[in-house]
Write a protein that binds this ligand. Sequence first.
Ligand code: PLP
Length: 401
Amino acid sequence: MITGHFPIAQFERLETPFYYYDMTVLSDTLRTVNRERAAVSASCSAFDVHYAIKACATDAILQKIAQAGLGADCVSGGEVKAAIEAGFPADRIVFAGVAKSDREIRYALEQGIFCFNVESLEELEVISSLAFEMGTTARVCLRVNPNVDAHTHGKITTGLSENKFGIPMRFLPQAVACCYRLPAVEFLGLHFHIGSQITDMKPFVHLAHRINELVAEVEQMTCTDPNGNTVRPTVQHINVGGGLGILYEHPNHFPIPDFKAYFDTWRTHLHVRADQQVHCELGRSIIAQCGNLVTRVLYVKKGENKQFAIVDAGMNDLIRPAMYGAFHRVENITHPEKEEQLYDIVGPVCESSDVFVENYHISAVERGDLLVMRSAGAYGETMASQYNLRRLPGHIISSPK
Ligand SMILES: *Cc1c(COP(=O)(O)O)cnc(C)c1O
């Protein structure tokens, strides 16, 4: 079995399970993102990349991404705080989320974040009144639900009319008018996010076409400001959201997602003027392949017709298989040379869904072997819980090259 490169001697001294982040993979990924971003920015207009904090919020990781010059995409006040503490400049932070609390809105206003991605007319009114009370103005983009199918797993689809996210397209003119009428919001542009783990560029092409139509529609409107003056809205900022997927099957062969194809898709299909700025919010594609969950085999148990490799990591440590039916490649790094056998690899949690993978070929395992679940950097550690009163998984960061 081919495995990644892991410091096994170091792993042997640690209590499992834990996450292991390979900073070489993260550095290579960030370098590629910056290169492809610069290439597309040179040929259309500035393209600003924000890292979606919710994918992985481990301190050292956030600091590294902030140092690479990315902005931050947050979905809670806690994430705004983590972003600021990690060194992301406040004026590069965007804040989305269907239900921002008053406390979160006030906190973000105090910090002077770049913009709120507003998901309803109701929220717009609240943001304006809180900003007004504070004697400030909130910069906003309107998050539109574009009814574009991301063709991804149902639980990570966000851009269909039936999803709770964003402002329905038919309310968009009303929301834009509202931005100009309200005293304490400034309309910056439009925001979208159609879903996650999108590896085929077609949904992004559809989204680009939809965005072109909506920008034209908004810019044909006339609005009235609080003084009764007529204003023509300009969409200065277009935020296309995140969602670029990774190849979970091939962490060793394709550790870096195809950022070139992603940026080229926007360059080709999105109409952007020189006075407009495009933003994207990448989470999974930045961080997934550098993270791994390291676990130890506790028991190899013979079932009636199956063989179970029972490991010390459970669904509380990595919930993606149970929650989304997600696949993570598993490698036996203690005995990679052994002949492969068929296992169900399962955790210790008292739930039938605590299964990482079924009918899976892996080098024969025995009690004490270290297994690595690959591509677990995104939505892994951040989603861990203490269910069954288990301890939270810790993490270690590889020493830099
Ligand atoms: C989760 C999220 C992202 C990041 O999605 P990925 O699929 O990890 O790239 C971007 N924008 C918003 C608004 C999100 O909620």
